[in-house]
Design a protein around this ligand. Structure first.
Ligand SMILES: CC(C)(COP(=O)(O)OP(=O)(O)OC[C@H]1O[C@@H](n2cnc3c(N)ncnc32)[C@H](O)[C@@H]1OP(=O)(O)O)[C@@H](O)C(=O)NCCC(=O)NCCS
Length: 162
């Protein structure tokens, strides 16, 4: 049975392990492993995850089965904008395509009110995620380039009006 719980600081090492696993499964072949390692270190820093998991303004939800994390999402309102930012949405490879990503997305969206827009970033070339968001109605509105030690990672910005 899948259970949902808000992330707590005590979960951060498991969260980091989970994110690392999903990142390698998703991006190996799309970018060098060394870049994946550096990106994971930068974006999933343990202290940052701990801070987010205790920030009341951040919705940080874990999907668990038999005590293991099988999915997670992170969302927050952007300052001075009526925009909800979907920071993360990850499902364990063995659980993808079974509706869990859709459930986590719905839970994130339902936990906030009064936003006019939802925004997220997705790495160019991640076709599975891009088509998932397109099927949900998101459209690309921009692109940004993140620098990982000289290696450019292109992030597509996608948005939907609520
Ligand atoms: C992108 C991602 C979050 C989507 O999550 P998911 O759990 O695989 O997606 P879902 O199963 O909810 O939806 C995928 C499709 O499977 C279908 N599906 C298959 N079996 C299903 C079932 N038993 N119940 C419901 N839907 C099912 C859905 O209909 C859906 O199609 P739709 O979008 O046309 O409705 C997930 O694939 C993932 O974590 N990818 C790797 C990490 C990543 O790229 N994250 C995004 C970074 S921005």
């Amino acid at each position: 049975m899948i259970e949902y719980k808000l992330a707590a600081p005590g979960d951060v090492h498991r969260i980091r392990e989970f994110l690392e696993k999903v990142w390698y499964a998703t991006y190996s072949g799309m970018m060098p492993d060394e870049v994946i390692r550096k990106a994971v270190d930068k974006w999933f820093d343990i202290h940052f995850l701990a801070q987010q998991s205790s920030d009341p303004e951040v919705f940080f939800l874990l999907a668990m089965e038999a005590g293991e994390i099988i999915g997670l999402t992170t969302a927050r309102m952007l300052d001075n904008e009526n925009t909800l930012n979907l920071g993360r949405l990850y499902v364990h490879p063995q659980y993808q395509g079974k509706g869990l990503g859709s459930i986590l997305l719905a839970k994130a969206l339902n936990s906030f009110r009064d936003y006019q827009k939802i925004r997220l970033g997705v790495i160019q070339g991640n076709h599975q995620a891009i088509s998932f968001y397109q099927r949900k109605g998101f459209i690309q509105t921009g692109r940004e380039t993140e620098d990982i030690d000289g290696y450019p990672i292109v992030v597509l910005i996608m948005e939907i009006n609520s």
